[in-house]
Design a protein around this ligand. Structure first.
Ligand SMILES: *Cc1c(COP(=O)(O)O)cnc(C)c1O
Length: 367
């Protein structure tokens, strides 16, 4: 099984894990990679390009305006900086320091996630101070309301499978509070598929990744209220420069947005593939396999592999053996410590399921 990375001495990677930054996020369609190639071979006025991208983002999200970024995390940082420094050049140049104390961002304790980096850091780099409210398994509206004071600059709401899925204040309720107290809400929707709902609900700012649900290149975007998006774009004269979005990234992002409606994912077909894999793996000693729906309720069906006590390897050992092989197979191993591994069908290429089955047989048939 060949990979263009083999020339550099790197192993072919079979990604059965998901859209993971650590594995190179997404692979691009012909259309998107051609758009990137074309952009890479011409000059453009970047400021105009960013503004044009902003209106294309607005068309796709229903927001007033938008701003392309190099990732969702930089989108968070730039949004925070924009709310604090606005379009004031001196303040833009002073971020992450700010000459007043109205820089606190309220974050529910169950939203205090690490997506590969700590979300609190993305807020601090933009000049924000994080005020965690409530407990990791329970936050009530009063936790938010009673923490609002003269220093509150905004509320950060994380819509993600990484957050605590129960006991949190809903986005609807958060937006209601924000409107009552006239405080903006930034929604981190990095990996979400739905590009319109949160804007539609009244969020001031929503941030997405370009390389997750959108299946685009390393990129991201911010959408929301016009005056905030103008301020976001201005941050490229300050902290945004450290995270500048490339012309290739913008071109790829636009092409990804334009193809998004027609992006065919076929959950039912993927489910059948996962059933085939499950049936095969169930014949192996020490494994018990079934189909499970995504824990955050998305339309994703994964094969859930329970590694039983009588298996020759533990789940963590098995995951490591698969990663150390060549090609390297990466399963979704968040729950390996509980004896469970998952196969995510979405990033798999043609023929790779059979390869995974073969590897399991090689590892477990002999034992
Ligand atoms: C992936 C993710 C991010 C970071 O996205 P990048 O585009 O990789 O910077 C931020 N927040 C959440 C909730 C994520 O899932």
């Amino acid at each position: 099984m060949e990979s263009s990375f083999n020339d550099l001495g790197l192993k072919t990677v079979i990604n059965a894990s998901g859209k993971m930054t650590v594995l190179g996020s997404s692979i691009l369609s012909e259309t998107v990679s051609n758009a990137i190639k074309d952009a890479s071979q011409d000059y453009v006025n970047i400021e105009e390009f960013i503004r044009t991208a902003g209106s294309i983002i607005a068309d796709h999200t229903g927001a007033e305006d938008g701003c392309p970024t190099n990732s969702a995390s930089s989108g968070m940082t730039i949004s925070v900086a924009a709310l604090l420094a606005k379009k004031n050049l001196v303040e833009i140049e002073s971020i992450p320091f700010i000459n007043h104390t109205k820089n606190e961002f309220i974050l529910q304790a169950g939203h205090d996630i690490n997506f590969g980096a700590d979300i609190k850091q993305t807020i601090r780099v933009g000049g924000g101070n994080v005020k965690l409210v409530g407990a990791v398994n329970e936050v009530q509206s009063s936790h938010i309301v009673e923490n609002i004071d003269e220093n509150t600059a905004g509320i950060i709401y994380v819509k993600s499978h990484h957050t605590t899925q129960k006991g949190m204040v809903s986005l609807e309720e958060t937006i209601k509070i924000s409107e009552e107290y006239n405080i903006p809400v930034i929604v981190d929707a990095a990996a979400e598929k739905d590009l319109t709902t949160y804007i539609n609900m009244g969020a001031d700012v929503v941030v997405y990744s370009g390389s997750k649900a959108l299946e685009g290149p390393t990129s991201g975007f911010i959408c929301g209220k016009k005056h905030i998006m103008e301020a976001c774009r201005e941050q490229y004269k300050g902290i945004g420069r450290l995270m500048k979005v490339s012309k290739e990234g913008i071109a790829g992002l636009i092409a990804s947005l334009n193809q998004y409606e027609n992006l065919s994912s076929n959950p039912q077909e993927q489910k059948q593939e996962m059933e085939k894999l499950s049936n095969k793996l169930n014949q192996l000693h020490g494994l018990s396999c079934e189909i499970s729906k995504d824990e955050a309720g998305r339309e994703i069906y994964r094969a859930s592999i329970k590694v039983k006590n009588n298996c020759y390897y533990t789940a963590s050992e098995l995951s490591e053996k698969l990663q150390n092989g060549n090609p390297a197979i990466y399963l979704r191993n968040y729950y390996a410590n509980t004896g469970q591994l998952f196969v995510d069908p979405r990033p798999l290429k043609e023929g790779q399921i059979d390869f995974i089955i073969d590897r399991f047989y090689e590892l477990l048939n002999k034992s």
